[in-house]
Ligand binder design. Structure first.
Ligand code: PMV
Length: 359
């Protein structure tokens, strides 16, 4: 499908009032997206586990009004009116307006809440943007009841991508690929697709314990970070490597070679941060405790032959990944040895899940 396929074709149906509540999760990339061109086209393909418990729940109440030249909405976050979040959402609506022109005919009241603390350092843009996109697509589905569910999901991912690239991977689960890749059938730069091959059972309900090392605002936003890849000395090589890693990971996910999984996933995390360390200007998002945790995981793995490993987002928190069958042992290790590295001993237990839900 291409961009033109997502332009709304109109309907004879008129809806005066409607309200939809959708919940969409965050996701954690295994092969990272870092670098893009306009409009939110990734420089390489990426793949992520969709999470389960870290999610945003959003309700949008639509009321029909006379057609306007702007998209009007009120925004409440966790019950409170949030004027400071509005510019980002306005920009998102402007970007998607040509695909959803019916938005000019509605006034929207948006209520949103996260299952994770707002200042946890967990990126809420993926879950937040995808939840809004899903609510809008629920309205579109009411307007055009013949639209197929596969199209609704694809367009929700397409819209979410225009809000935040990684949000395109939050509509479905448990593994989603975003970015055109020759070895992943149906993959696209425009939206995320479910990993199309049968995965080895070891990856079922894969566990992700997020160790909250630093809950503060990021010093460098991901928008700035992506832009620094434009004339980064290692960019071309990095984009090539990411696509090769996705191909390797595809094989690993099917054959269950967990040792190869660990090596590839950790290398991807460190490479993402290596890009930050070597950009101009350079920056560091890891904190001393990020490194303490990484070293402790390596030590624990050496001593116990566990299959625990780590990955990182664009921040200091550590996502600790492990198979479900190791849950008890790894959680004991994390509780006993890792909490001292977390701000206020805080951590979040999550696992791979299935994406958006509509209530
Ligand atoms: O979706 P953005 O623009 O916030 O970028 C996210 C980039 C990473 O989280 C660092 C990697 C990824 O693929 O999710």
């Amino acid at each position: 499908m291409n961009t033109a396929d997502f332009i709304y074709q109109g309907t004879k149906k008129s809806i005066e009032k409607a309200s939809f509540t959708c919940q969409t999760p965050s996701n954690i990339a295994l092969v990272k997206y870092w670098g893009k061109s306009d409009p939110q086209i990734p420089k390489n393909a990426s793949i992520s586990f969709t999470l389960n418990h870290c999610h945003t729940k959003t309700t949008i109440a639509f009321t029909k009004v006379d057609k306007s030249t702007t998209i009007t909405f009120d925004l409440y976050f966790e019950g409170k009116k949030k004027e400071d979040f509005k510019p980002k959402i306005s920009k998102f609506f402007e970007r998607i307006a040509s695909y959803c022109p019916y938005l000019y005919e509605y006034e929207m009241v948006i209520h949103s809440e996260n299952s994770f603390p707002h200042s946890s350092g967990i990126a809420s843009s993926a879950s937040g943007m995808s939840a809004i996109a899903m609510c809008i697509m629920n309205l579109e589905k009411e307007l055009t009841p013949d639209a197929e569910i596969d199209y609704i999901h694809k367009k929700a991912s397409f819209l979410a991508r225009l809000g935040s690239g990684s949000a395109s991977r939050s509509i479905e689960g448990p593994l989603v690929v975003w970015g055109k890749h020759p070895n992943i059938p149906e993959s696209s730069d425009l939206y995320g697709v479910k990993f199309p091959f049968k995965t080895h059972p070891i990856f079922n309900e894969y566990q992700d314990t997020v160790l909250l090392v630093d809950k503060g605002e990021k010093q460098v936003s991901s928008t700035v970070g992506h832009n620094l890849m434009h004339d980064h000395p290692f960019a071309t090589q990095r984009f090539k490597q990411a696509n090769e890693n996705l191909e390797k990971l595809s094989t690993i996910l099917q054959n269950g070679n967990i040792k190869d999984f660990i090596q590839l996933v950790e290398s991807e995390a460190l490479t993402l941060h290596a890009m930050m360390l070597t950009s101009n200007p350079y920056f560091i998002l890891m904190k001393p405790n990020t490194l303490e945790i990484i070293n402790a995981i390596w030590k624990y793995r050496e001593e116990t032959d566990s299959n625990v490993c780590f990955t990182l987002d664009a921040g200091a928190n550590v996502h600790v990944l492990y198979p479900k069958e190791e849950k008890q042992k790894v959680e004991k290790f994390l509780k006993e040895k890792m909490l001292k590295y977390c701000q206020k001993n805080h951590y979040i237990c999550d696992n791979a899940g299935f994406g958006a839900q509509t209530f």
